[in-house]
Design a protein around this ligand. Structure first.
Ligand code: AMP
Ligand code: ZN
Length: 491
């Protein structure tokens, strides 16, 4: 198998990827909190994860992919205070939290389909795995990692020597900060494993547990479900960069404390979609744009996908309507160029300028603090388009370089349709569905025959109509009868 290089947040380096089991990859990506529609920032993260998964498959790996659905326990503040987002959604819409979860989970799946994101093997829901979560908490309790407070069971981060290693947190500095409100917690980095239902309010979602009626903390679902479906350790864990300091840090803490093994070997994080010169798009913010908002403005979901592929996943992507419109136009041109490609197989080498522009100049390895690619892995001057395409993807998913390469190959006509469709297994732009030939110029003499044939058909002169069809076919035109009359395409 060719080498794949990925930036591992855990080591802060680009590493050559080695799977735990030969030829197989276990992948866990944190899924949505289903109390509202996904915004297009969330969707950027799922598109990046889809490119990762498609690249692994393109490299002939069998990928087992699990994405959880958070339908309970994610509070409005990551510091274990505030309201459960599901209950908040239920008050907002006057429905039960169960109805909210059902509605927005379905909406999420529709978004994935429209963005041509490959389906995960399973989408386990937190509410279907309460027993599994309680079991992990019991394990932690037995090993002395938990303590009770008036509002729940907490993980004692002070008991773990390497707490915060993913985010490179310095807990002793954080813990020294008396200005931070601790509440009932012993340390600011401790987090809820189980929360008790508040005394005076009724929750739609609550369960009995050995500690009292309540609901699981947010992080425990991913630990319980990843070990159930993938085992521990598994190969790759992904999410957006906001997951590094809290959610993933706490998943690592509780999973590694409970099972005494690493949780995952590679950690990949996607940068944010930003608005207004740098603000993160957030579900609670004003700039909450959904896929539907884009469609209402004439931007197709696949144009949004194309827009995301133009920027490397570890760089912030700035939203603007003008940039999205440009992406829509770019994708339309891309489809038109694809439609003119011949089916004949060629094996053109890439021109040296292409290699320089694509693989070297725009490589994410340039200027990285971490280790770069070994120079032997860079495409050779005489590499074929297909070889260079693969090197770009395997260079930490360099989709901007891969797209630039494909564009230049389209311009130079050094690529066949078959090759392009193969590349689309990773790009996921559904090129096959957009291969209607661009409008052809039909010469005047042909147009005259078409007009005469339409007249013959209108007056039911089938013999003349057949004669004229034969004439057109002899001139290498394929003839189709449609509701609008005769349509021809040049063979
Ligand atoms: P949530 O539904 O809030 O649990 O988030 C779902 C995913 O979207 C997580 O992986 C987040 O890290 C990611 N995410 C949240 N905001 C953004 C953003 N503005 N840009 C990209 N990804 C985001
Ligand atoms: Zn998670």
């Amino acid at each position: 198998m060719p080498s794949i290089y990925l930036y591992n947040t855990l080591s802060r380096n680009i590493q050559e990827f080695k799977s735990i089991k030969k030829g197989k990859i276990s992948l866990y990506t944190c899924g949505p909190t289903v109390y509202n529609y996904a915004h297009i920032g969330n969707l950027r993260t799922y598109i990046f994860e889809d490119i990762l998964k498609r690249t692994l498959i393109y490299n002939s790996y069998a990928v087992k992919h699990i994405m959880n659905i958070t339908d309970v326990g994610h509070l409005t503040s990551d510091a274990d205070v505030g309201e459960d987002k599901m209950e908040k959604g239920s008050r907002r819409e006057g429905k039960t939290a169960w109805e909210i979860a059902e509605f927005y989970t379905k909406a999420f799946f529709r978004d994935l389909t429209e963005l041509n994101i490959l389906a995960a093997d399973e989408y386990p829901r937190a509410t279907d795995h309460i027993k599994e979560q309680i079991d992990v908490i019991k394990k932690l309790e037995k090993k002395g990692f938990t303590y009770h407070t008036t509002d729940g069971i907490y993980f004692d981060s002070g008991k773990l020597l390497d707490y915060g290693k993913l985010a490179r947190l310095k807990p002793e500095e954080l813990r020294g900060g008396a200005r931070i409100e601790l509440g009932a917690k012993k340390h600011i980095t401790d987090f809820a494993l189980w929360k008790f239902s508040p005394a005076l309010t009724t929750r739609h979602m609550e369960w009995k547990s050995p500690w009292g009626v309540g609901f699981p903390g947010w992080h425990i679902e991913c630990s319980a479900m990843s070990v159930k479906y993938l085992g521990q350790p598994f190969d790759i864990h992904c999410g957006g960069i906001d997951h590094i300091p809290v959610h993933h840090t706490n998943e690592i803490a509780q999973s590694e404390a409970a099972f005494e093994k690493p949780l995952a070997t590679y950690w990949l994080h996607g940068e944010f979609l930003v608005v207004n010169g740098g603000d993160k798009m957030a579900k609670s913010g004003e700039n909450f744009l959904t896929l539907q908002t884009l469609k209402d403005k004439g931007i197709s979901p696949l144009a949004y996908r194309y827009f995301c592929l133009q920027t490397h996943y570890r760089k912030p992507l700035t939203f603007s309507w003008a940039a999205l419109q440009a992406a829509q136009n770019g994708l339309n041109h891309f489809y038109n160029a694809a439609a003119t490609l011949s089916q004949t197989k060629t094996n053109h080498p890439v021109t040296p300028s292409l290699v320089r522009r694509g693989a070297l100049a725009s490589s994410p390895f340039q200027g990285e603090a971490g280790k770069g690619l070994p120079s032997g892995e860079l495409p050779k001057a005489q590499a074929s388009v297909a070889e260079t395409f693969l090197v770009h993807l395997n260079s930490d998913l360099d989709t901007p370089a891969a797209l630039a390469l494909v564009w230049q190959a389209l311009r130079e006509r050094s690529i066949t349709l078959a090759e392009l469709l193969k590349f689309d297994e990773v790009l996921g732009l559904q090129i096959q569905n957009h291969l209607e030939k661009p409008t052809e110029h039909i010469p005047e003499e042909i147009q005259k025959i078409i007009a005469e044939r339409d007249q013959a058909r209108a007056s039911k002169d089938w013999a003349r109509s057949d004669e004229l069809r034969k004439q057109l076919e002899a001139m290498e035109y394929e003839v189709k009868d449609t509701k609008e009359g005769t349509k021809v395409t040049k063979n």
